[in-house]
Design a protein around this ligand. Structure first.
Ligand code: ADP
Ligand code: NI
Length: 217
């Protein structure tokens, strides 16, 4: 089957390209997003091939690591898909999803809302919350040498994109500034259900965190 062949060729390409990528965006992030995409796609009316290829290629060149240039990823993905003879009508949809998927280009700003974008974006957001999301946040915070928590620094709920990137706030603040907001930004019914469960887990985690902080448990 063409689908299986394209998927395994893409996996090979992504694994090679992301060898040595930092923890939050390594191959295992891609693999989780791909698996979650399959789980959600099984319950939504989508083209599985478009959704799975987009999941596998969505972080192929993060703009953060390319001087803010957000066309590198889509271009790289497009060139790769052409090289393995994926038809243009499929490749074009995949490239458009990669363009539209980032958090900052949230739902309201995207012009080309499609069911496949909805699914992959949900899968990517799900990887930022729950047990994995907590691990990724502290890993990112450690990489940036941020404090775990500082009760004297309140979360900033009204950051613009530039302030958000430059923020040096403790990692716990990131829960309020982003992670706890994600469940209300889910696109699909099944994605939202998964998000609600992961959300409750984060709330429980924060409750335990503050109790331990105060030496109460
Ligand atoms: P994504 O790849 O989901 O668009 P980012 O590149 O912004 O997200 O972040 C990658 C991972 O690092 C995510 O799990 C995210 O929650 C986490 N992260 C991003 N910014 C911060 C921060 N200021 N503090 C802690 N974790 C962060
Ligand atoms: Ni991602």
């Amino acid at each position: 089957m063409k689908h299986d062949q394209w998927i395994s060729q893409t996996i090979e390409f992504v694994r090679e390209t992301l060898a040595g990528a930092e923890g939050g965006h390594d191959w295992f992030h891609i693999e989780r997003v791909w698996k979650t995409t399959q789980t959600i796609a099984a319950q939504e009316p989508v083209d599985r091939t478009v959704a799975e290829l987009a999941a596998l290629l969505h972080d192929i060149a993060d703009a953060k690591f390319h001087g803010g240039n957000d066309e590198v990823g889509p271009a790289k993905a497009g060139a790769f898909l052409a090289s393995i003879d994926v038809p243009v009508h499929i490749a074009a949809q995949v490239v458009q999803i990669i363009r539209d998927i980032s958090f900052k280009g949230g739902r309201h700003e995207v012009q080309h809302r499609t069911p496949e974008l909805d699914v992959v974006q949900d899968a990517d957001r799900l990887d930022a919350i729950g047990a994995i999301g907590i691990a990724r946040a502290f890993s990112f915070g450690g990489y940036k040498q941020r404090a775990l928590y500082d009760p004297s620094v309140p979360p900033d709920m009204h950051m613009d994109a530039a302030t958000y990137r430059k923020s040096t706030a403790p990692t716990i603040n990131h829960f309020y500034e982003k992670l706890l907001l994600l469940k209300d930004r889910m696109n699909t019914v099944s994605g939202r259900k998964m998000a609600e469960q992961r959300h409750r887990f984060m709330e429980q985690y924060l409750g335990q965190f503050y109790a331990e902080w105060e030496g109460q448990r």
